[in-house]
Write a protein of this length. Sequence first.
Length: 156
Amino acid sequence: MGKVMHLFRSPQKHTGMEELCEAPAVENHGFAGCAHARPGGKRQVLLVDMETLRAMHLTPGMLRENITTEGLAVNALKSGQRLRVGEVELEVSVVCEPCELMEAIRPGLLAALVGRRGMMCRVLTGGTVRQGDEIAVALAAEAVCGVGSQESGAMN
């Protein structure tokens, strides 16, 4: 089980991230007040793990993540997996591909972060996320549905 270590939002695009003790996550939107939230889209909340940050010699917030985790292998999560973060439910949607902004942090960082910049999530159930909240991983919804439909198909 993982844990929330840091929370961030960007009040405006192209500005620094502000660290929060708690953040309201809005259903199908992202963090309230975050300019990077994508209402109705797949890119609402970005998760990055401390283990990756340490390996890259980066500090929390540098990759512009919303949630910095510890004890959760974020980059191993699969699309469709659901996470319970405190009172909030997230669904892992897509890998966050590093962009040219990573080069401004450190030359070569873009290439080093391929497959390691974290995972984008959608907010399924809103609520408040707090530093220290536990993160529980559930099965991917597709895997659960897929097993049931295969079995029912075999019975017909």
